[in-house]
Design a protein around this ligand. Structure first.
Ligand SMILES: Nc1ncnc2c1ncn2[C@@H]1O[C@H](COP(=O)(O)O)[C@@H](OP(=O)(O)O)[C@H]1O
Ligand SMILES: [Mg+2]
Ligand SMILES: [Mg+2]
Ligand SMILES: [Mg+2]
Length: 356
């Protein structure tokens, strides 16, 4: 009997690999007109839109009943073209078709919509399949076509992130990190990694260039090598809180800052030992697509992930993690200590002062 979610895993890997090829091909050619600033002032590029179109095309073909919670929507692409973004829609369509049209590999099937081009309308509709509001019951996919768009724009880390959530539980996570070194001890060596985790079946990784997945288990990290993994963007995670937290945990090494869920991937490989993400102000709600695939990867690699108060992340409350406050991911021992430290800082009443 096939393992649970075997087909979902196969489709998700295919979709993420095709999207990774697309994003890598775009990077060197990106021009200003191809980056849009969203209402919340965050950037989105032709590559984010095209990657969402590709992945949603495969998901909609392979699993037509499944709703998708995707970060992007096609509103800007449907609006009349402005001088500022001339050619945006056409470029998204061309990129998506470049990624979809190569014939199916031995691991793919033509029914998933690979090996053929789509019309512009079909691709914009595919992007808008991601507008599902989420919820606590049934199946749904969570997609971040480029997590760490700022990292992508600066040539740093970013990740193509796809997860399957069933009844609020993340069952499958697939992440592609085209700029992550295959061997973290060789930062200038080969880059590009894939990470796959199925709940109850373990975590695995491979380079983007090789077909063989290798099991991944969070290795023990000696306390003297602890390093805090955190966002490069100070607006996304409080660097001052992390500094205080590191001091209380006795960490002397500087934080390892990188964009995107590549932090979860690094953690699962034994880099850092703790990923801490503390809100920088009141009001921001973490998005489910920013943590779904990373959370199952860390858990399946043998780690623990909760919010900063030790509560489980709740993926069943809609497009956001609702009342969850901050994120702490680490191996079991460090995690328990990290929650204690967070509580200590909170009880001293200095949490809000430091977070700002
Ligand atoms: N004020 C804020 N606090 C926390 N996360 C934020 C934020 N504003 C944006 N983000 C999220 O941070 C993600 C990047 O995380 P990181 O800092 O770890 O690279 C962004 O994903 P996208 O790049 O997909 O938009 C975005 O969803
Ligand atoms: Mg974004
Ligand atoms: Mg994101
Ligand atoms: Mg994104």
């Amino acid at each position: 009997m096939a393992a649970a979610f075997a087909l979902e895993k196969q489709v998700a890997i295919s979709a993420v690999l095709r999207a990774c090829r697309l994003t890598s091909s775009v990077f060197n050619k990106l021009v200003t007109a191809e980056t849009v600033t969203k209402n919340d002032k965050s950037p989105v590029t032709v590559a984010d839109y095209a990657a969402q179109a590709v992945i949603n095309t495969l998901l909609s073909r392979a699993f037509p009943q499944d709703p998708i919670v995707g970060e992007e929507d096609a509103k800007v692409l449907r609006a009349p073209e402005t001088e500022e973004h001339r050619g945006l829609r056409a470029h998204v369509v061309a990129l998506a078709n470049d990624a979809l049209s190569p014939p199916p590999t031995a691991d793919e099937r033509a029914e998933w919509g690979v090996g053929a081009s789509r019309t512009a309308d079909e691709l914009l509709d595919a992007i808008d399949r991601g507008m599902y509001e989420g919820g606590s019951t049934g199946r749904m996919w969570a997609l971040d076509p480029i997590d760490g768009t700022k990292g992508f724009l600066r040539g740093g880390q970013y990740a193509v992130c796809l997860a399957l959530i069933v009844d609020s539980v993340v069952e499958l996570g697939v992440m592609g990190c085209p700029n992550l070194p295959v061997d973290f001890l060789k930062p200038d060596g080969e880059k590009g990694c894939l990470f796959v985790a199925v709940r109850g079946q373990g975590a695995a990784t491979r380079s983007l260039s090789s077909p063989t997945l290798h099991a991944l288990t969070l290795p023990p990290v000696p306390a003297s090598s602890y390093q805090l993994l955190e966002s490069l963007e100070a607006a996304h995670s409080s660097h001052s809180f992390s500094a205080l937290f590191s001091q209380k945990l006795g960490i002397t090494r500087p934080p390892l800052r990188m964009d995107s869920q590549a932090k979860y991937c690094a953690l699962a490989r034994g880099e850092g030992a703790i990923y801490l993400r503390m809100p920088t102000g009141v009001g921001y709600r973490e998005k489910i697509w920013d943590h779904a695939s990373g959370s199952v990867l860390v858990t399946e690699a043998g780690g623990v992930i909760t919010d900063s108060r030790g509560l489980p992340l709740n993926f069943g409350l809609g497009r956001t993690l609702g009342e969850n406050f901050g994120i702490v991911a680490a191996n079991k021992q460090v995690h328990a200590r990290a929650i204690e430290i967070h509580l200590g800082i909170t009880l001293q009443g200095i949490e809000q002062d430091v977070i700002m």
